[in-house]
Design a protein around this ligand. Structure first.
Ligand code: NOJ
Ligand code: CA
Length: 706
């Protein structure tokens, strides 16, 4: 009897393997218009995928899977057990955003894999192919033989078809605050850049060939490729190791202290690995693939989430005119002999009232105040856990007086919680901090993670910190608080799931012009193709005094004034700072009108022309309105922007107000020169606007009221 059973078992196993082998030769595909994805397992049972666009190879056959700690490899010896295919087509409305409606249209291929080893472990790979690219994620199903495990590395590769031009920043585990390097894949080497970095977080020397995502590339035959990830939840950030010879990119996950990459409890989904592709650069900027791959909002009632513009007691500290510290507090006199109290501590009640008055007079929704709470004497680089408690103001900052004053003027106060890298301290204090906000009229918070993450030395982009950022967003949501994070990992579309997590810095902002050598004129033409692919950026635009704003006369912003206006359109954020000092806006009331008018929430967006590293022109339609706003920027080269207005309503007459660089403007010698022109226009008009070196133009278009 035993013998017969064995024979039967042997027979069925043979049939199973024969079937598997037959399947392994089979190429599975998914496609949508010009994008096609193929999948197969090779003779060693390795999962392999590839992607083409208009029949050109974008990703040549590339490996997949993981190395697990103290367990057999999870990247080979697989056989395809079954597959499923479906198409999906749905249009949804974001709580806020660049467009009113987002179409999520894809073909999905799910491949159920089983390893032939004992115990037989299961892995699913889910592929989605969109009109604008392809994505995939790993799904670890619930199974007895793989329950709790540690990921030691990810094997995913992106085998490029050539030595593309890449726009990259080094794979620092702690900071994304770099300028971009533009080089062929074969020349990626970030050793020197990391050594010279002025990034204010901690610099962690990475593998010198590792770069961060989103990685923007352009092939010799004009194909634009962007590699990033979506829905990066409970998993470390994926960086990419670039092989200079084979042009093979391999995932390198940001580690936990000690070197493990991720701690996983199945069932579990990895983030999506995304490949956005087009032969038009503008289409890369219009892609909604990353948002589409994220889960819908977890917040049911979103009525309290409101995009806004805000001013702040901030730039004066960045430029050294004032300070965060109270201990430098001193009474002093101005040149006319008037007594000035709190000369160096900017967050004093009188000064904050000045900003509230300015916000109220100019229709700005909020006022951010930094340096209001105790601890700033001792916050930077000392690795102490309890520097801040987020509820104790300095003696010259009167919380209740300011709450009442702001409320009487219809202005919101915006809270600032700098954690100085002490994320565990923040987790302990969060409820107290958010309750304090609820009790004192604050509906939004700017958080910050300057410095090394303490106490354990986690990296800003590792799994633990990813969970921390999401915990902050979720906890803030439970208190109806909107969040703007500084120094987090770069976004991956989680703002769809947590629409109160409205903005992040997560890149090199305008502030670098205040305390470092600054940002090159091309910087803002690259950011939308890289940093902004995953979500809005709190770049802090709007600097009007572009030279001599601090003690060091060598410092200057590397744009013209008109370009600072244009950034309100080209850099999307639902929380947009109006960053300069009230007196600097008062010096240019006519140009300031554009900042007063420009909205932060849109019904439609058209990318009119774009080239990473060179120029960007974007038009956006204000929410529930016929008004449009255009921003056009260039790098260090002057150019003429050609802007057909065919997106305007055919039957409406409009007036355009054009804010442009003056005839002799230039970022270097004459940045504050601009001119303003009003024109009657229609959908047939084509605007041609000259942009200075490092310049830009901003246009507001209002329907003519008859
Ligand atoms: C760095 C942030 O980017 C900046 O905006 C803030 O003022 C400082 N940290 C202090 O928190
Ligand atoms: Ca920063």
């Amino acid at each position: 009897m035993k013998m017969i059973k064995k024979l039967f078992a042997g027979f069925f196993i043979t049939i199973f393997f024969l079937q598997c082998n037959a399947q392994e030769k089979k190429i599975l595909t998914a496609e949508m218009n010009n994008v096609k994805l193929s999948f197969h397992t090779d003779p060693e049972g390795r999962p392999i995928y590839s992607v083409t666009y208009k029949n050109k190879t974008i990703i040549a056959p590339s490996a997949m899977g993981f190395v697990l700690k103290d367990a057999p490899g999870f990247y080979k010896s697989f056989t395809v057990v079954s597959t499923e295919k479906k198409t999906f087509d749905e249009t949804w409305q974001p709580v806020w955003g660049e467009v009113k409606n987002i179409r999520n249209h894809y073909e999905q291929l799910t491949v159920h894999l089983q390893q032939l080893n004992t115990p037989a472990r299961l892995l699913n790979i889910i592929f989605r192919v969109f009109e604008d690219g392809a994505a995939f994620r790993y799904e670890f199903p619930k199974q007895d033989s793989l329950k709790y495990f540690v990921v030691s590395s990810e094997k995913t590769q992106f085998n490029l078809a050539g030595d593309h031009t890449a726009f990259w920043i080094p794979g620092d585990f702690d900071s994304n605050e770099y300028e971009y390097s533009t080089s062929p894949i074969s020349k990626i080497d970030n050793k020197e850049i990391v050594e010279k970095s002025t990034a204010i977080a901690v610099r962690t020397a990475p593998d010198r060939y590792c770069v961060q995502t989103p990685l923007m590339m352009k092939s010799a035959d004009g194909i634009y490729i962007n590699i990033h990830e979506a829905a990066q939840s409970n998993f470390p950030a994926m960086q990419l190791h670039a092989d200079n010879k084979t042009f093979q990119l391999t995932s390198c996950l940001v580690p936990a202290p000690g070197g493990d990459k991720a701690y996983v409890h199945a069932p579990f989904n990895s983030p999506w690995r995304t490949i956005i592709v087009s032969d038009k650069a503008a289409e890369i900027l219009s892609s909604k693939m990353i948002l589409n791959l994220n889960e819908p909002s977890k917040i049911k009632n979103t009525a309290w989430i409101k995009p806004m513009k805000f001013v702040g007691v901030w730039w004066e500290m960045q430029t050294g005119v004032g300070g965060w510290n109270y201990s430098n507090y001193a009474d002093s006199t101005d040149r006319a002999g008037n007594l000035i109290r709190n000369a160096t501590h900017s967050a004093n009640t009188a000064n904050v009232k000045r900003y509230i008055d300015f916000a109220a007079a100019n229709g700005m929704d909020g006022v951010l105040v930094e340096g209001w709470n105790t601890g700033w004497e001792d916050w930077f680089g000392n690795w102490k856990e309890n520097v801040f408690d987020f509820v104790t103001p300095y003696p010259d900052f009167n919380v209740s007086v300011l709450e009442a004053y702001a409320a009487s003027k219809g202005v919101q106060m915006i809270m600032h919680n700098e954690t100085s890298g002490s994320a565990t301290n923040y987790e302990r204090q969060m409820d107290t901090a958010f309750r304090f906000m609820n009790n004192n009229g604050y509906h939004a918070v700017k958080t910050g993670y300057v410095g090394k993450i303490i106490p354990r030395g986690e990296y800003h982009d590792g799994q633990w910190m990813m969970n921390h950022y999401e915990r902050v967003a979720a906890k803030a949501a439970s208190y109806n608080i909107m969040v703007d994070m500084h120094e987090p990992s770069r976004p991956t579309g989680l703002q769809r799931t947590w629409p109160n997590w409205m903005a992040n810095e997560a890149g090199r902002g305008n502030e670098y012009n205040a305390f470092s050598t600054g940002n090159a004129p091309e910087h803002e033409t690259i950011l939308p193709f890289t940093r902004l692919m995953g979500g809005p950026m709190d770049y802090t635009p709007g600097i009007f005094k572009l030279k001599n704003y601090g003690a060091d006369p060598a410092k200057q912003v590397h744009t013209t004034l008109a370009k600072q206006l244009a950034l309100y359109v080209t850099i999307y954020s639902p929380l947009q700072m109006v960053s300069d000092l009230p007196q600097n806006y008062a010096a240019h009331p006519d140009a300031f009108q554009f900042i007063k008018d420009v909205p932060v929430d849109w019904d439609d967006t058209r990318v009119i022309e774009a080239e990473p590293g060179d120029y960007i022109t974007i038009a956006r339609k204000k929410k529930n309105s016929l008004s449009w706003f255009i921003g056009s920027i260039t790098d260090e080269k002057g150019r003429t922007a050609t802007i057909p207005l065919d997106f305007l309503d055919k039957n409406t007459r409009y007036v355009a107000t054009i804010y442009k660089d003056g005839p002799n403007a230039g970022w270097k010698n004459n940045p504050e020169s601009y001119s303003i022109e009003k024109l009657e226009i229609s959908s047939k008009t084509v605007l041609t606007i000259k942009l200075a070196e490092g310049g830009g133009a901003a246009v507001s278009i209002e329907p003519v009221v008859l």
